[in-house]
Design a protein around this ligand. Structure first.
Ligand code: ZN
Length: 209
């Protein structure tokens, strides 16, 4: 039998009341120990089939599923708890069976493509937050902000109508008036203030700038 922990390992006690058929039973006195870190004293086969542990600091029999490495974060602990026992598909429904003996049923909408991943993550969200409506509240209060678009650098190729100089201006050096779609800048050669019409000015996206 493979044991996850060996004698001397430090483990954190998880709440076993949600673990189905807790090895040896999860007693009220054991619940008071949830969160405590203890040392594995003995690893043995409970009823000859399931890995179970005794701890140095606290008595009782401890189920392997109810212990976690003491140095793991609580979130890592939870990921193990939320590993499903079984996933069953039935038409548009996906039923996820959890380790605590409960199940979550999710149904795919008629316009949704079939996705095991989407079905499981939806079920997991409902399981974690308690209900579909609670999950939706969490999602809706998360402000989704579109990532700010990277500021584009535009180059405007201009022709001065006075001195006929050709020059390029970046968008920081010009002003554009959306009302008449005109572009205002100064000619670098003759210094004239120019009002150019936008359609007549070639715009180049300059990725290197
Ligand atoms: Zn000019």
């Amino acid at each position: 039998m493979d044991f996850k922990y060996k004698v001397g390992d430090k483990v954190r006690i998880l709440d076993g009341s949600n673990i189905a058929n807790y090895t040896g039973g999860f007693l009220l006195e054991m619940k008071k120990q949830v969160g405590r870190v203890a040392t594995v004293k003995e690893a043995f086969q409970f009823n000859g089939v399931r890995p179970a542990y005794r701890l140095s600091e606290i008595c009782f029999t401890w189920d392997e599923r109810g212990l976690f490495p003491a140095d793991a974060s609580p979130l890592v602990c939870n990921t193990e708890i939320f590993a499903p026992l079984r996933i069953v598909k039935n038409g548009v429904a996906t039923i996820v069976f959890w380790q605590d003996g409960t199940k979550t049923v999710v149904k795919r909408g008629s316009d949704e493509a079939e996705s095991d991943y989407a079905a499981f993550t939806a079920a997991l969200g409902i399981k974690v937050f308690g209900s579909n409506s609670a999950l939706k509240r969490i999602v809706s209060r998360t402000e989704t902000q579109e990532k700010k678009r990277k500021k584009e650098t535009l180059m405007y190729r201009c022709l001065c109508p006075y001195c006929h100089a050709e020059f390029n201006k970046g968008n920081s050096e010009i002003r554009i008036f959306p009302k008449d779609n005109s572009l205002r800048t100064n000619c670098p050669s003759c210094k004239s203030h120019l009002v150019l019409s936008l359609p007549d000015v070639e715009v180049e996206h300059d990725a290197d700038r």
